[in-house]
Design a protein around this ligand. Structure first.
Ligand code: SF4
Length: 327
């Protein structure tokens, strides 16, 4: 009798091939204020099973987000569309890089079904960068938004998109799809872009936020920054000013955490009292909403924050209409 043994000769895929030649930098021990509990609630496991059953990727897992236990225990998962392989090579990001597969036409329906089953009142949808596609994936985003609107019309929709660098027309497609919130993260201060976001351009990202607001002022715009990468206070306040010139409504600021020894090192763990100071500075700049804590991430508490955003806009409108001289 011959026993046949199938051997898989495929070499395990390197998650970040472009980073392998870099010198390794030890991952610093996190301070006490960053520690989170290991996920163990039944709803966490239900959420995970639902994502697996629908064949969906999440940025929560791909980016190794520290908040996954808390968020998934509240059924709040941020879905990552257009595959799980990114065409950029940002020095802070844990999402796998390489050449992605073609977009899957069944994905919008699968996302929409998962949203309906989770019973979400607010969903955040993000994607990898798709520099290989002529529209950067904008049409796929629009299809996902339309599918969610059809299957879960009460659910409000937030998209966290790539920068659509050199993708003419992409911003018009996104603005016409009218998500409730448009989010694009500046991530860091312009001086650090060449090392941290080498494939991106600061002014392209800023302009994208500005354009969405100009094309559809009813869409809330939102952007996020990481701190602890070597930026200084003056640079951060300048970025806040730039975002307000672009009429961005909501700013999130959180601590950068180094995913692996091949990623950018943490320059500094910013203590909670400095986060509180930054929050005060940002509120003074006129954002409708500011979330600024060590564990803040763009989609952290996005459902509750959306309600707060709506209330803040209504309150500001009421104040401006009550002001002397208002017609
Ligand atoms: S903060 Fe965002 S990315 Fe992190 S686990 Fe929560 S939903 Fe997912």
């Amino acid at each position: 009798m011959v026993t046949r043994v199938d051997i898989d000769h495929r070499v395990p895929r390197v998650r970040h091939p472009e980073k392998q030649a870099r010198a390794s930098q030890p991952v610093a021990r996190k301070p006490d204020w960053i520690r989170v509990r290991a996920p163990n609630s039944p709803i966490y496991f239900e959420t995970r099973a639902l994502m697996r059953d629908h064949g969906l990727a999440t940025v929560c897992e791909e980016a190794a987000c520290p908040n996954i236990g808390e968020c998934w225990s509240r059924r709040h998962a941020t879905m990552m569309i257009l595959g799980d392989v990114c065409t950029r090579a940002c020095a802070f990001c844990n999402v796998a890089t390489g050449l992605p597969a073609a977009p899957d036409g069944t994905e919008p329906a699968r996302v929409a079904d998962a949203v309906a089953r989770l019973g979400l009142r607010h969903v955040v949808v993000t994607s990898v960068d798709r520099d290989d596609l002529p529209d950067g994936g904008a049409r796929h985003f629009a299809a996902v938004i339309a599918a969610i609107r059809a299957s879960a019309p009460e659910t409000t929709i937030e998209v966290l998109t790539p920068d659509f660098l050199r993708k003419p027309g992409a911003v018009d497609i996104i603005a016409a799809a009218a998500p409730d919130v448009f989010n694009h993260n500046l991530e860091t201060v312009p001086r650090l872009y060449p090392g941290i976001r080498p494939g991106a351009r600061y002014y392209q990202s800023l302009r994208l936020l500005d354009q969405v607001k100009a094309l559809n002022p009813s869409i809330f715009t939102k952007s996020g920054l990481m701190v602890g990468l070597g930026e200084d206070r003056a640079e951060l306040t300048q970025v806040m000013d730039d975002l307000r010139v672009a009429e961005v409504d909501f700013l999130t600021v959180g601590q950068y955490l180094q995913p692996t020894p091949k990623h950018a090192a943490v320059a500094r763990f910013v203590p909670p009292d400095e986060f509180a100071e930054l929050a005060t500075i940002a509120r003074g700049r006129g954002f409708l909403l500011v979330s600024c804590t060590p564990l803040t991430r763009s989609s952290y508490h996005a459902d509750a924050d959306f309600l707060a955003l709506r209330e803040a806009r209504a309150a500001r409108l009421a104040t401006s209409q009550a002001a002397p001289g208002h017609a």
